[in-house]
Write a protein that binds this ligand. Structure first.
Ligand code: TXA
Ligand code: MG
Length: 331
């Protein structure tokens, strides 16, 4: 199939919306990462998203909406905590898990009776979702297991020839996927950390928020690993290169990296360093695209200096640790 390169003018956005209504797949920018959209009501279209990505069928998709009115087309009820979160954080990088409406087919939610819903703030995303006139199921627009794409060129690297079109929008501002929060229980639980942190939610709403305990586990080490978001159990964000995280005092860590690099280079390996200091915002925005860039440069080993694991740093470290297969040296 030929993948259309679509501009972001109104006519092209209308064309993208029409492709979605006809059962096709279009990748679009959001403030977090690029998504691969399909009509959330169309089971056949949603199935083709799984096959285009090579994604396991039990991993549910996030449903994206353009207006508050569309919420009742997707969920069966909005709990009070959900309502409060929506008021403060939508549109924006927060996905809220609620009970699904019966019109949403089981394939969209991987067989679960809940659905993750999100209203993106990115202007191209909003215009595209508006033009679709249906809720849009969209995972990140990468091949399953690869780093999420943050530019349309990165989308094409994985998806050219596998999808109907890509909206050639701007690079993503946040750079890591949305925070996923479950509000179906008594207290809200974060299933995937993202730009909106537990601290931000507590500060603005006074709500106590916990993280899914599986987020603090190394899946390789412990016997039992049952994260509540099915997607968190899969291998993720893995570049071709091997990733090695080094954490601790900066000076010692960089000295350790210099010595490991020198040894690897002696064995003919090409190495690279990723070091954002303590700047989690810059790290979020850059990390996925940098992994892809280093793969294009055929780097063999990437050393990453760890971020402080609090607030946004915790969310970015979640991606860094997965990309490294939890390979960490403490100095
Ligand atoms: O920022 C984002 O969230 C991007 C953009 C495109 O919106 N989308 C995205 O989708 O990252 P995806 O499919 O790559 O990740 C969705 C995550 C997965 O870990 C999935 O298991 C979890 O959300 N999830 C979705 N629906 C769920 C549900 N009903 N219950 C628990 N986890 C759910
Ligand atoms: Mg993804």
């Amino acid at each position: 199939m030929e993948t259309l390169r679509l501009e972001t003018d109104q006519d092209s956005i209308e064309e993208a919306g029409k492709i979605i209504r006809e059962g096709g797949l279009v990748a679009f920018p959001t403030e977090t990462v690029y998504g691969l959209g399909a009509n959330a009501y169309d089971a056949r279209a949603v199935k083709s998203v799984y096959s285009a990505k090579g994604r396991p069928g039990d991993n549910p998709m996030i449903v994206h909406i353009a207006h508050f009115d569309q919420l009742e087309d997707v969920v069966s009820n909005v709990p009070d905590i959900g309502r409060q979160l929506i008021e403060v954080f939508w549109p924006g990088p927060l996905t809220i898990i609620m009970e699904k409406n019966e019109d949403i087919p089981d394939v969209t939610t991987g067989g679960l009776n809940t659905v993750g819903v999100r209203m993106p703030s990115n202007r191209t995303a909003a215009a595209f979702l508006h033009s679709c006139r249906v809720p849009v199921a969209a995972p990140s627009a990468n091949l399953s297991g690869k780093p999420s794409p943050t530019t349309w060129e990165d989308v094409l690297e994985d998806m050219d020839g596998r999808i109907n079109g890509v909206l050639m929008g701007e690079p993503c501002d946040v750079g890591i996927e949305s925070t996923v929060i479950d509000v179906t229980g008594e207290h809200p639980v974060i299933l995937r950390p993202g730009f909106i942190t537990a601290e931000m939610i507590t500060r603005s709403l006074g709500l106590e928020v916990t993280y899914d305990p599986a987020l603090f586990q190394d899946p390789g080490e412990k016997g039992e690993f049952h994260p509540k978001a099915p997607g968190m159990k899969y291998k993720h964000y893995a570049p071709k290169a091997q990733v090695q995280i080094v954490e601790g005092d900066e000076e010692k860590a960089l000295a350790m990296i210099a010595s490991l690099s020198a040894q690897a280079q002696d064995l003919g390996k090409k190495t690279a360093l990723i070091d954002y200091g303590r700047d989690s915002r810059a790290a979020a925005k850059d990390f996925f695209s940098r992994l892809r860039e280093l793969d294009r440069e055929n780097v063999d080993i990437i050393y990453v200096y760890a971020l402080p694991e609090k607030e946004l740093g915790f969310s970015v470290m979640n991606r860094m640790l997965k990309s490294a297969g939890y390979n960490v040296i403490h100095v």
